[in-house]
Design a protein around this ligand. Structure first.
Ligand SMILES: O=C(O)CCC(=O)N[C@@H](CCC(=O)O)C(=O)O
Ligand code: ZN
Length: 343
């Protein structure tokens, strides 16, 4: 049967990378338990259980090819579903984002894919590359997945799973995309807590990230989830990701997830500054190994470039995602300040 042959060939992703002919064209089949499997392209696999529940869940990973732990989590989940070990209660779309970047163990090949969503992939008409094509393909896959859901009162989710380039004072954290006129979901924050993520960054401006796309275009509960630090394949301590894998597995299989109370364990920040690199001489004013969430005093210089000095605007302002090597015009640093969210 399909389960045995798939099981003998190793993980789904491993197979789809070593035998592209198997998955490079659309493929649809049904498992013993009645779950329909739709592989629409390499690294894009949707599952629909025989009696789907009321959730439509997108799990994406590898949008940055060197962020391996989330890829390993999703690959193990897909394999569990294909081999019948994991029985789904809800529809799930798994997206393995940047396959060519995974092959070379790099964040991206030509362009940061996580700045190409919400149509940004088409903004420079003359410029076409693999990341731009793939970002459009992933957008289309999400749209088709949500659009093909059964009728009725349904809830959409998208957890875009990442790991961070540098260490963090708060190991696991999530970016809550700007919701415009929607309310933040405390229940979703509690679910992230069950995944081990108790630091939440409230974005206050539109972005071109994958999670902002699903949140804004489809009203999904969508987050960029930073599950730890970037490590090469095979060098992740997967025990550090056990809570995330367990909670996501419980979510898709309809098992209860114990949600922690929204209490003082949670740290909520709002994004205060989005600092873009605009000049070649952009530089950060702290060491490369300075952890995310290191905080500064008002007036401290955080970064500078010809014609601009970027300073902390208040005591306790902390840095997140510092990266002086981004392309000109792209985000080189976020700063965050503590805030409160009323339950
Ligand atoms: O560690 C870093 O500098 C980047 C880690 C990462 O890829 N983070 C995402 C965050 C996306 C968001 O702001 O929602 C990214 O930079 O794309
Ligand atoms: Zn990433």
């Amino acid at each position: 049967m399909i389960e045995q042959s798939l099981q003998q060939q190793g993980g789904f992703l491993a197979r789809s990378r070593t035998t592209p002919d198997d998955f490079s064209s659309p493929l649809q089949f049904t498992l013993n338990n009645g779950t329909q499997v739709d592989i629409s392209a390499e690294g894009i696999i949707a599952f629909t259980p025989a009696q789907p529940g009321d959730k439509d869940i997108v799990l994406s990973c590898g949008v940055h090819g060197n962020e391996t732990a989330p890829i390993e989590i999703c690959d193990e989940m897909v394999d569990g579903i294909l081999t019948g070990k994991l029985n789904l209660a809800h529809r799930v779309l798994f997206l393995f984002g940047n396959l060519p970047a995974m092959d070379i163990a790099q964040r991206f090949v030509e362009e940061n894919m996580n700045r190409l969503f919400s149509g940004a992939h088409s903004e420079a008409p003359g410029l076409v590359n693999a990341e731009r094509r793939r970002a459009k393909q992933l957008e289309d896959a999400v749209e088709a997945f949500y659009a093909s859901a059964p009728e009725g009162n349904r809830t959409r989710y998208h957890y875009d799973l990442h790991t961070a380039i540098r260490a963090s004072k708060n190991d696991k954290f999530a970016v809550y995309p700007l919701l415009h006129d929607r309310q933040h979901s405390i229940e979703q924050i509690r679910f992230l807590g069950a995944c081990g993520v108790t630091t939440i960054l409230l974005s206050e401006s539109p972005t071109t990230t994958f999670s902002y796309f699903s949140s804004t275009r489809f009203n999904a509960h969508a987050f960029t989830v930073e599950l730890g630090k970037v490590r090469p394949f095979g060098e992740n301590d997967m025990q550090r990701f056990a809570a995330a894998k367990d909670s996501l597995t419980r979510l898709v299989s309809g098992q209860p997830v114990t949600l922690p109370a929204f209490d003082e364990r949670f740290l909520v920040y709002r994004v205060n500054q989005v600092i873009n690199r605009t000049k070649e001489d952009f530089r950060l004013n702290f060491d490369d190994d300075t952890p995310n969430f290191t905080d500064y005093k008002q007036g401290d210089v955080l970064a500078e470039e010809s014609g601009a000095v970027y300073r902390a605007t208040q005591d306790g302002e902390a840095i997140v995602f510092p990266n002086a090597n981004v392309a000109l015009g792209q985000r080189a640093l976020l700063t965050v300040v503590p805030t409160r969210l009323e339950p």
